[in-house]
Design a protein. Structure first.
Lengths: 172, 702
């Protein structure tokens, strides 16, 4: 069964007819030719497919495209402004927070979403107390980024990159 | 230590770009997600392939009902061993796909569906009904099996067994005897990018967009298996999302995609293994059971080293990991014996996983040394220094550049080792036990012969450097550019590098940490040839090419890299949790081509070693022959929260016996010894010696 939907992907309005079984991830990759979100596990276990959906980080392999009609999606590809990289992307480059690069777009979208969550006061497992605004210590960053696996083992550089991005006032 | 005069004298490069901490040249494409990986190449009229896997581990397919699948709208073809095109060579049994009804392991390809969409292919594949004739399966990996056998040789061509002196007698006569058995589980490479291929036939030519560590190896194997000339196959792989050995050779999915594409004329057939499929169809590290015996005098001098390893292999194709090989060179001893024995089981074929041999072997060996240090009442670093060999044990060759002791001492200084109280189980902080441990690392300097590079002067004055090398996150795009710049005496901006395509000159596999040495030397040779033919100012259009030269094969010296790994952990005695506090690696690997990228390689290897120490383990259901935890929810790899304060440094060093760049290769040594350092730290924290990886809470508590 097919359904017609409209998605705003990286600022561009896109209409398409999708099989109702199609995930948002496959809709982007196989139907719209937007491959910045990666398929690593298709089960929401690795985070490689993370995008910002209406401003929040979402694993697109666990989202059905038909359920996202009208959504606005930003992938890592849509974060740069022309030649100018997003401050988080730039920090990833400078800290070499990547090797093979396959988890990287998901890490970057996840980091941006995570910073917004912290700003909004969302606690994590390691936050002390639930009332005060969380302080983004390295421990907090590590905990909040643990949904994005990196087999090359760039974690310590990813934390350093996010710390730099914070110091440069990173927001989405 | 005295070094004999060099008999080989390499013509060393003058370095300017080499040694610079350039940012990754492919970094911008990767942080924006625009670097195309195998499955992402834009193709006309794609079709999607979904395989059917056997649900028994041994036996035969008796019948396959493909009727319901074939009737689904959008299905282009259904392949079984009855209907698939015939292959021409079974030289590589792993690639003998859909050619018979025989089943060798659970998860083997037994059918496949090609359809217009991913969803249709998968749905139709689920409708295929299979009847089996099951035979009794045997996946029981145990040391007491009566059918263990000695392979003819182990991986990389090393001898299966070695004997120096009377190791057994020396052990029995030794004042101090350490005798323990260590085990490591079945482990999986699991790169983040699944093994993926797009196969497209155009007349008699096959193009594969592939995720591989060696485009040319894939071409050769695919051509042989399909009965084609190599020129009929083109493999394209500019970006590879990790491999760690599992993409070092082609696997069954490459052939399956090529066969399916024959049944879907005019279509580009796309296949990406699922994460679950990768546990059985992309190689794995064999589990090991390793008995280690060390006999020493009271002052810790080794009289006898005995390392006996048991591993598994698949019954249909042998792979023997060289786990005891590092034991042959690490320490001096009056006598030494090493053994490898295999259990042939109904399991998928084991294969390369980062530092095959060294990784499991050095886990056992370096925990054994820690145990001996305790028995002798010696500091573990001092014990290693006392057993430092003058020449390579066994071969008697002089060392090329052995700096193990320097690494241990530099690490000890940086880590604050001298403040360590050697008594185990004595430090408690906030309810957690604290401890630290050390272990040595080693990895051979490998160079593979047969790579060729070409250099052409472009109309714009830039140099086009071409070689079919691979970048799996290792930094090849950047480091080969740096090497080419120095070889041609220009800046990196003047170099235009092309890699990852069999239309480029032949390149050997990105494996054995040999890539940059082998390919880089070919580029240096090509640059020198260009100068010889065309002088220092070659005109546009001038071209030259050359192979990695013969002198790379010189074996006068025993050439190995070394390192030392330090770990500090905290262990919760109530919950059994082990958490890393800090980890430091110090490595001696020759000259570093790019410090920014090199550090990533080291910390990446160490992180994988930490993951091996604490998390990774496949659990085999012996009744079904199935890996029960075959996804990232069940097979844990280290996540961000697991890795705290981990860093790597290296000795400033130029190895003028290794390559004109002064380098030796760095991709694998980071994982070697890492798990032992963590295990030794757990012992120091708790007083409990755990010899079976991974060190999970249940083992701490029982």
């Amino acid at each position: 069964m097919k359904a017609s939907i409209t998605l705003r992907v990286d600022g561009e309005q896109r209409s398409l007819a999708v099989d109702t079984r199609t995930t948002l991830l496959d809709a982007m990759r196989e139907h719209l030719g937007v491959t910045a979100a990666k398929k690593g596990c298709d089960h929401g276990q690795c985070g490689a497919c993370t995008v910002l959906l209406d401003g929040r980080r979402v694993t697109t392999c666990l989202s059905l495209a038909v359920a996202c009609d009208g959504a606005s999606i930003v992938t890592a590809q849509g974060l740069a402004r022309g030649d100018t990289l997003h401050v988080v992307q730039q920090a990833f480059l400078e800290h070499d927070a990547l090797q093979c690069g396959y988890c990287t777009p998901g890490q970057i979208c996840s980091a941006i979403g995570m910073l917004e969550e912290a700003k909004a006061g969302h606690p994590s497992f390691v936050t002390r107390g639930l009332t005060a605004a969380p302080d983004l210590t390295d421990e907090e960053i590590r905990e909040r980024m643990s949904g994005n696996l990196c087999r090359c083992g760039a974690y310590v550089n990813i934390v350093a990159a996010i710390r730099q991005a914070i110091s440069k006032g990173a927001t989405s | 230590m005295t070094q004999p005069p060099a008999t080989i004298s390499l013509d060393m490069l003058e370095t300017r770009a080499i040694g610079a901490a350039l940012e990754r040249l492919d970094g911008r494409a990767k942080v924006t997600g625009t670097a195309p990986y195998a499955f992402e190449h834009s193709v006309e009229r794609p079709a999607y392939l979904h395989p059917v896997q056997s649900t028994i581990a041994r036996g035969h397919v008796r019948a396959i009902d493909t009727g319901a699948a074939s009737r689904i709208e959008g299905v282009i073809a259904v392949l079984t061993h009855w209907t698939a095109p015939r292959l021409s060579s079974d030289d590589n049994k792993e690639l003998w796909v859909l050619q018979s009804n025989e089943i060798h392991f659970r998860g083997q390809f037994i059918a496949a569906v090609v359809a217009d969409t991913l969803e249709t292919a998968r749905y139709a594949a689920d409708l295929i009904r299979v009847e089996y004739e099951a035979a009794p399966l045997d996946v029981g990996f145990r040391a007491d099996r009566a059918d263990l056998y000695a392979p003819k040789a182990v991986n990389a061509g090393y001898p299966t067994d070695t004997d120096e002196g009377e190791a057994e007698r020396e052990f029995n006569a030794a004042e101090i005897r350490m005798d323990a058995t260590y085990s490591t589980p079945m482990e999986h490479n699991q790169p983040m990018e699944p093994h993926s291929t797009i196969a497209l036939w155009e007349s008699e030519k096959l193009t594969l967009y592939d995720s591989t560590q060696s485009a040319h190896s894939v071409r050769k194997a695919v051509a042989t298996t399909l009965g084609l000339r190599p020129e009929q196959v083109r493999v394209i792989s500019p970006y590879v999302g990790g491999g760690f050995g599992s993409k070092g050779e082609p696997h069954a999915h490459n052939i399956l995609a090529a066969l399916a594409a024959l049944r879907a004329p005019g279509r580009a057939v796309k296949l990406a293994l699922t994460r679950q499929q990768m546990f059985t169809l992309a190689g794995h590290r064999t589990p090991t059971i390793q008995r280690f015996r060390l006999g020493a005098s009271r002052d810790g001098r080794l009289k006898s080293i005995i390392h006996e390893v048991i591993e598994q292999t698949s019954r249909f194709k042998e792979f023997a990991e060289q786990a005891a090989v590092p034991t042959r060179l690490m320490y001096a001893a009056a006598s030494r014996r090493t053994r490898h024995r295999l259990a042939a089981l109904d399991v998928p074929k084991p294969s390369w996983m980062r530092a095959p041999g060294e990784t499991p072997g050095m886990f056992a060996g370096e925990v054994a040394m820690d145990e001996l240090a305790v028995l002798c009442g010696l500091d573990p670093i001092e014990l290693r220094i006392r057993n430092e060999p003058e020449v390579e044990p066994g071969s008697g060759k002089p060392w090329g550049n052995r700096h193990l002791v320097d690494c241990l001492q530099e690490g000890a200084r940086r880590f604050g080792w001298s403040r360590r109280d050697p008594q185990p189980g004595r430090r408690i902080e906030g309810g957690w036990l604290l401890g630290s441990g050390v272990a040595s690392s080693t990895y051979p300097r490998y160079i593979l012969m047969g790579s060729r590079a070409s250099i052409r002067v472009g109309g714009d004055g830039r140099y086009l450097v071409r070689i079919g090398a691979a970048d799996l996150g290792t930094g090849t795009w950047t480091t080969l550019t740096q090497i080419a710049a120095d070889a041609l005496g220009c800046t990196p901006a003047v170099i235009r590098l092309e890699i990852g395509d069999t239309d480029l000159p032949n390149a050997t596999v990105a494996g054995g940490s040999s890539g940059i040495s082998s390919w880089g030397w070919a580029i240096v040779a090509a640059a020198r040839e260009l100068r010889r033919l065309h002088g220092t100012h070659p005109p546009p259009g001038a071209e030259a090419s050359a192979e990695t030269p013969k002198e790379a094969e010189d074996e006068t010296y025993a050439q190995h890299s070394f390192g030392a790994q330090f770990a500090e952990v905290r262990v919760n005695p109530e919950t059994g949790e082990v958490r890393l506090l800090r980890m430091l690696g110090v490595f001696s690997v020759g000259r570093i081509i790019n410090p920014r990228l090199a550090r990533s390689q080291f910390i990446g290897g160490m992180t994988m070693g930490l993951s091996m120490a604490l998390h990774e383990e496949s659990v085999m259901d012996e009744r079904l022959g199935q890996i029960v935890n075959h996804d990232f929810a069940g097979y844990h790899i280290a996540a961000n929260a697991d890795v705290v304060n981990l860093d790597a440094v290296w000795l400033e060093e130029v190895d003028s016996r290794s390559t004109p760049m002064g380098s030796r290769g760095i991709g694998e040594i980071g994982i070697v010894g890492a798990a032992a350092a963590v295990a030794n730290a757990v012992y120091h924290a708790t007083g409990k010696r755990l010899r079976a990886l991974p060190i999970t809470p249940d083992k701490i508590l029982t």
